[in-house]
Ligand binder design. Structure first.
Ligand code: CP
Ligand code: NVA
Length: 335
């Protein structure tokens, strides 16, 4: 690396307080993740009038979130935009086609420019290296809004949703059925951080990342890999699936053939615990990874999951942007 580049990097990255990036579940310790979900539950209760705020309702007043999207999004885009506004802040949404990124400006320069305008950045990208670069060069917090390798904000919402319905997830059993994709990787990391058993049933060629599984097992996580969906769901407290063809996948026809035996249907759900939940990050492809009967069943909490994207990410934004007092947001004030 040249001396000039080293100097620029030091000047950019060497601030006294490092930005609170959220690139992966594994980046944060179990206590911090739990506190983020506690803050999320608190701000949700306040929004719904069930809790009186300790703080004024606009912790992000005067702050702006930049939301950079180089892939389509409904939930991530709207939940971050609405969430930051509900906390008193503002949002700027940029698709890569609208920015100079789309014409080849580097992520490093984009990061250093946008850091001068906004207070945090969310990135959804088809290149994991772009997220890592953005975080390296940004002087404001960077949040992963999905890469081909992970989707950690989705998993925060999923843990919150499970616990609202069934109580603490620690010690419970979750089954993942289908493609060992980006969402599965973040769920594997969450198994290590939140202490639940995770069984993943995938075709061998679509098994989850060996690196992520090895990391989770080294952290003490109880992870089972199988190619048999029935083995994975046996007695499980929650059955999770996702699309068979992710945004970064190009081999759609081949995947659909491989994944045909991994559809979540009523017969498969019947092998899970009697009160097992069904979860899916959405968008769903009914008749592929899940039948309409399961998707619309009482076990299905998919729209609660979608709603909790809003609340969980508000907890995350408060952690990222509200300094040392962040944990006090969401706490009950005097009545
Ligand atoms: N679950 C999820 O991230 O949805 P979007 O692709 O609509 O953002
Ligand atoms: N695995 C899916 C998740 C979409 C939210 C994808 O990456 O397209």
């Amino acid at each position: 690396m040249s001396a000039v580049l080293t100097d620029i990097r030091a000047a950019t990255a060497g601030s006294a307080t490092a930005p609170r990036h959220f690139l992966n579940i594994r980046d944060l310790d179990a206590t911090t993740l739990r506190q983020i979900l506690d803050v999320a539950a608190g701000v949700k209760a306040m929004q719904q009038g069930r809790r009186r705020p300790l703080h004024p309702a606009a912790p992000l007043a005067g702050r702006t979130l930049g939301i950079l999207l180089s892939k389509p999004s409904t939930r991530t885009r709207v939940s971050f935009e609405v969430g930051v506004r509900q906390l008193g802040g503002d949002a700027v949404i940029l698709t890569s086609a609208e920015t100079q990124l789309g014409r080849g400006e580097s992520v490093a320069d984009t990061a250093r420019v946008l850091s001068r305008f906004v207070d945090a950045l969310v990135l959804r990208t088809g290149r994991t290296a772009a997220l890592e670069d953005l975080a390296k060069w940004s002087s404001v917090p960077v949040i992963n809004g999905l890469t081909p390798d992970s989707h950690p904000v989705q998993i925060l919402a999923d843990i919150m949703t499970f616990e609202e319905h069934r109580g603490p997830i620690g010690g419970r059993t979750v089954a993942w059925i289908g493609d060992g994709n980006n969402v599965a990787s973040s769920l594997i990391e969450a198994a290590a951080r939140f202490g639940f058993r995770l069984r993943l049933a995938t075709p061998p060629s679509l098994a989850p990342s060996e690196r992520v599984v090895a990391w989770a097992r080294a952290e003490g996580a109880d992870i089972t890999l199988t190619d048999d969906p029935r083995e994975a769901v046996a007695g499980a407290d929650c059955v999770v699936t996702d699309t068979w063809v992710s945004m970064s996948d190009e081999d759609a026809a081949e995947r659909i053939i491989l994944l045909e035996p991994y559809r979540v249907d009523t017969a498969l759900m019947a092998r899970a615990a009697p009160d097992a939940l069904f979860m899916h990050c959405l968008p769903a492809h009914i008749g592929e990874e899940v039948t309409a009967e399961v998707f619309e069943s009482r076990a299905s909490v998919v729209f609660d999951e979608a709603e909790n994207r809003l609340h969980a990410q508000k907890g995350l934004l408060i952690w990222a942007l509200c300094g040392d007092a962040w944990q006090t947001y969401g706490q009950e004030g005097e009545r």
